[in-house]
Design a protein around this ligand. Structure first.
Ligand SMILES: [Fe+2]
Ligand SMILES: [Fe+2]
Length: 294
């Protein structure tokens, strides 16, 4: 790979599952508002030029109106400070009407499906929730809407955001709450400009593909699933919370899992190496840093 590889055309901060409560601790132990604020501080501390903050559902714990107001009060100023667009979708712990009231002012229980285009990159937010259920799916009307949107390609392609990822997660309990028809979704996106699908719901950084399209799942910023627990268990962990830094390049999209909380750090390089690297450029820089010594 060239040392002069161009920077990504777009950078997305993908967060998921804040499970906000305005009236106390989530599960009696997690200050989910503090967790979300801390994660957004980590996003800002990355120094990246973030184009969009994406939050893929389970925005609140119980869909209380006050929790949506709290969500808006945290997310909107944070996105504004970053100069980033804000894309949120509903999760199974959300309810459409209070979400719409808080975020758009609409008194509606229609699915909140959105289109956000940033310098030629299209982000389609899909409400993958089935009213009255924790499992996921899209209605006939939503599939038609998605087909209509995808009929016209975007310059840099399209990212789909949906709470329920179209993947088979290893937990047999979470499989009861999964997306109901990955095959139908694959039929709709096949041949389109969809380049990646961003999801949540699993509370574990999980990666797979739908008909060759990468699916990137962000873990919860509130709590994490103990992903290596026995398949029939469902155990929550207060850590390691993370967010996904999604780099969009012309020829590929990469997803890097980043800590959502601050941890002690140290420089992996000595000052001597840092000083040397500061003095050289181009291919010499690669030779200097890559070649083994001793
Ligand atoms: Fe969740
Ligand atoms: Fe969920």
């Amino acid at each position: 790979m060239s040392p002069d590889r161009p920077a990504p055309s777009h950078v997305i901060a993908h967060l998921s599952d804040p499970h906000l409560r305005a009236d106390g601790l989530f599960a009696g132990r997690i200050d989910s508002a503090a967790r979300l604020r801390e994660c957004l501080e980590r996003v800002a501390a990355s120094g990246e030029r973030i184009d969009a903050v994406v939050v893929s559902g389970d925005l609140t714990a119980t869909a209380a109106p006050a929790a949506y107001e709290l969500l808006r009060g945290i997310l909107e100023p944070a996105a504004q400070r970053l100069g980033a667009a804000l894309v949120v979708v509903a999760g199974n712990h959300d309810e459409r009407r209070p979400l719409a009231r808080a975020l758009t002012g609409a008194d509606s229980d229609a699915p909140l499906d959105t289109v956000t285009t940033i310098r030629g990159l299209r982000i389609l937010g899909l409400d993958s929730c089935r009213p009255g259920y924790h499992s996921g799916g899209l209605s006939d009307e939503q599939y038609d809407w998605l087909s209509g949107q995808l009929a016209t390609p975007a310059e840099h392609g399209t990212l789909l955001v949906m709470h329920h990822p179209p993947l088979a997660y290893r937990s047999t309990l979470m499989q009861l709450l999964d997306f109901d028809d990955p095959g139908r979704l694959a039929d709709v996106v096949r041949g389109s400009d969809v380049r990646a699908i961003l999801g949540g719901h699993l509370h574990a950084p999980t990666f797979g593909a739908l008909d060759g399209i990468p699916v990137f799942v962000a873990a919860g910023v509130s709590y994490v699933d103990d992903a290596a627990a026995p398949r029939r268990a469902l155990l929550a962990v207060d850590g390691p919370q993370s967010w996904n830094l999604v780099d969009v390049h012309a020829d590929q999209i990469t997803c890097t899992v980043a800590p959502a909380r601050a941890h002690p750090t140290w420089s992996a390089l000595s000052q001597e190496v840092l000083d040397l690297l500061a003095e050289v450029a181009g291919e010499d820089r690669r030779e200097l840093f890559s070649r083994k010594r001793g």
